[in-house]
Design a protein around this ligand. Structure first.
Ligand SMILES: Nc1nc2c(ncn2[C@@H]2O[C@H](COP(=O)(O)OP(=O)(O)OP(=O)(O)O)[C@@H](O)[C@H]2O)c(=O)[nH]1
Ligand SMILES: [Mg+2]
Length: 228
């Protein structure tokens, strides 16, 4: 297996399965985690491994909680793709912890996530924005989709909401490796987003390379705790 794809929460599962269907990582291990038992049982059919996590509650995620997700990282590949849709409780809390745990194990971490629609309200959006910082400081590379931008894409069906994100990944990875992408600057990365997913009025897709290259383990934990 060359990469491990970990989906967190239900939207994360949708993103991960769309990536898998697109054949972007032909050799992969697929791990599904969720706090929703029924949903997990259903989604587990498509996974190599599934893990039920405890519901998180109101507390903040902190770096000292990274060991809570050890089970999701044991026996995984050197490259981890963490898929989630920020805004819900599961992905917002557990995806940053999984990415932190992985990057502290010196794995290459690629975070793939969406941001919620504005109409979903400030509570979800604040939660998502907070987690956005954590996903930035725990990933060597991030692929992001702002769901609000979807309305500007013509002829997109209801069940194709991850298409811009997945097609961008597919396009970027036909000519470059994940590691190469992680070292590119914003302008180089923007050129790899298909034109139809670069709407004029607002941003839909964004890729960001290694924002915190070469920081130490201790610095990364501090940063994570400061941003949480
Ligand atoms: N792009 C995209 N966004 C999604 C998808 N499903 C849900 N979302 C968005 O993601 C947000 C979080 O939803 P879920 O993924 O269901 O949340 P969760 O991580 O399972 O967390 P819980 O609240 O514990 O269920 C929603 O508010 C939507 O904005 C999806 O398939 N694709
Ligand atoms: Mg859920």
């Amino acid at each position: 297996m060359s990469v491990t794809i970990i989906s967190v929460g239900n939207g994360g599962f949708n993103v991960a399965t769309d990536i898998i269907k697109a054949g972007i990582f032909p050799e992969h291990q697929f791990i599904v985690v969720d706090t929703d038992k029924e949903q997990l049982e259903k989604n587990a059919e498509k996974a190599d491994k599934s893990i039920l996590f405890k519901k998180f509650g109101r507390g903040k995620v902190k770096s000292n909680l990274a060991s809570l997700v050890d089970e999701a990282l044991n026996g995984t590949a050197d490259t981890i793709i963490v898929c989630t849709t920020l805004g819900g409780k599961t992905g917002t809390k557990y995806a940053p912890l999984i990415s932190l745990n992985a990057i502290l194990r010196s794995k290459f971490v690629c975070n793939v996530f969406s941001m919620p629609y504005k109409f979903e309200g400030p509570a979800k959006n604040d939660l998502a924005y907070n987690a956005w910082h954590l996903m930035m400081c725990t990933g060597n590379l991030t692929f992001q989709q702002y769901n609000d931008g979807l309305e500007q894409v013509e002829n997109l069906m209801m069940d194709e909401m991850n298409k811009p994100l997945v097609e961008t990944m597919s396009n970027a990875l036909t000519c470059h490796t994940l590691k190469e992408l992680s070292q590119m600057n914003n302008e180089q990365l923007r050129c790899l987003i298909p034109k139809k997913y670069q709407p004029e009025r607002s941003q839909l897709i964004r890729m960001v390379g290694d924002a915190y290259l070469q920081i130490t383990e201790t610095e990364r934990k501090h940063l994570f705790d400061d941003l949480a």
